[in-house]
Design a protein around this ligand. Sequence first.
Ligand code: SF4
Ligand code: SF4
Length: 188
Amino acid sequence: MVNVSKNRCVGCGLCVDVCSQDAIVISIGIANIEKEKCVECQACLQECPQEAIMFIENMNLVVAFGTNDGNTLKSDHHVGMSKYFKVYQFSDGKEEFVEQRSNVKYKEDELKTHGDPGKAKATASALGNVDVLIGRMFGPNISRLRNKFICAVVRKDTIEEAIQTVHENINEIIEEKSKKDRRGIILK
Ligand code: SF4
Ligand code: SF4
């Protein structure tokens, strides 16, 4: 799939001019690609002065959202203290709910200090096959967690809003995944 980063696109329209399929429209200053028209020729990638367009092959990411109630992101503590992780599979511009996973060790973790390696291990064991961990905030263990997962802050209230934010930041997430020395990222 070919995807435009909303954080990089300045709306210049150069990609529109080069697209032989009329697959790109500028809306509210941002390029949007109509996926049903796009033939993935990648001509627009070369033309973009902002490097805002990315070709993503076989996009498949497992994304977990830290939550206490299943609907909103945990906001009163860091993501490792969430009661549950709501897990979704993101592929080719869509997401599918997989499961709500219990963070079974979050209660015993309350007894440990922030940044305790055991806490990071407990969080990692609950997350398993996850690629991306989404939370409103992370604790000191982010330096351990980011080696296993892409750790991303989303400052939205609901998981529904956070899902939309993930879709809008797929380019940034894929870029971070390929890095050796990852940092936590903020998705806008
Ligand atoms: S060329 Fe790049 S910056 Fe310009 S509108 Fe297209 S995606 Fe946006
Ligand atoms: S990849 Fe090709 S067909 Fe698709 S939007 Fe870009 S220029 Fe158009």
